[in-house]
Design a protein around this ligand. Structure first.
Ligand SMILES: [Fe+2]
Length: 243
């Protein structure tokens, strides 16, 4: 990270954003792994994946001055390539390196490949959940990035709304406006694997804070209320399991 420090404040602010994100995802991965009663080795693996899953982001921004994969590189594949090229990681024990690579490579795909081995799939799910635990914070705290500014009308596409009505993740290819982008981000709650994650999103208030970005008249509508209730119900199910 430090080798990417530049004299350019804009560049440094963007590097810092991903540095903070990586450390937070590391922490969320560790907490999630602990909640699943994993052994020490697997907790460390989950944590390592959390810390390194976005390592390609620094190269991406340094080279292309953007975090948009569509106009630069697939940052997950880029992260995996950097790990592959670092000899240090090849010396890691057992399946550690293999699972680090697989989880990093697949952390941003729309659908995980069905042919993945169950243990690989498990660590992919951990990093995808841990990433989501921090992504709503990133969006709220960095309005220059992806959040809408409330200045224009909140106009969404039929396909995006329809996916929300069905309780499904929206497709990037259906995004045509800033409102669509916000609703797509909202729909990520339909791709969460562990009850712990719902509990974190609900009890920390971060998901509600994210929803508050949507104009009140829209957030009172059924698909948005459905999403809020979905997170609440899943969170309550987790809490009752723990009692
Ligand atoms: Fe990522």
């Amino acid at each position: 990270m430090r080798t990417f420090d530049s004299k350019d404040e804009y560049m440094n602010a963007n590097f810092s954003l991903k540095e903070v994100h990586s450390k937070k995802v590391q922490k969320h991965s560790k907490n999630l792994a602990k909640s699943l009663d994993l052994n020490q080795k697997d907790i460390l693996l989950a944590e390592t994946i959390g810390l390194l899953h976005d390592i390609g982001r620094f190269y991406q921004f340094f080279t292309y001055k953007t975090y948009k994969d569509t106009i630069s590189v697939n940052h997950a594949a880029c992260s995996a390539r950097i790990l592959q090229n670092a000899q240090f990681f090849h010396d890691l024990p057992n399946n550690f390196f293999h699972q680090l690579m697989v989880a990093t490579y697949y952390h941003n795909v729309f659908l995980l490949p069905s042919q993945l081995a169950s243990e690989d799939l498990f660590f992919c799910k951990i990093i995808r959940d841990a990433d989501k635990m921090d992504i709503f914070r990133v969006i709220i705290e960095n309005p220059g990035g992806v959040i809408r500014t409330d200045k224009g009308p909140f106009v969404w596409s039929t396909e995006i709304w329809s996916a929300l009505e069905q309780g499904k993740c929206c497709l990037y290819s259906d995004v045509k406006s800033e409102a669509d982008r916000t609703l797509l981000q909202l729909s990520w709650i339909y791709d969460i694997s562990f009850p712990y994650t719902y509990n974190y999103l609900y009890s920390s208030g971060v998901f509600q804070e994210f929803v508050n970005v949507i104009p009140q008249t829209v957030r009172e509508m059924e698909p948005i209320q459905k999403a809020l209730n979905f997170v609440k119900k899943k969170s309550e199910a987790f809490s009752s399991l723990k009692q």
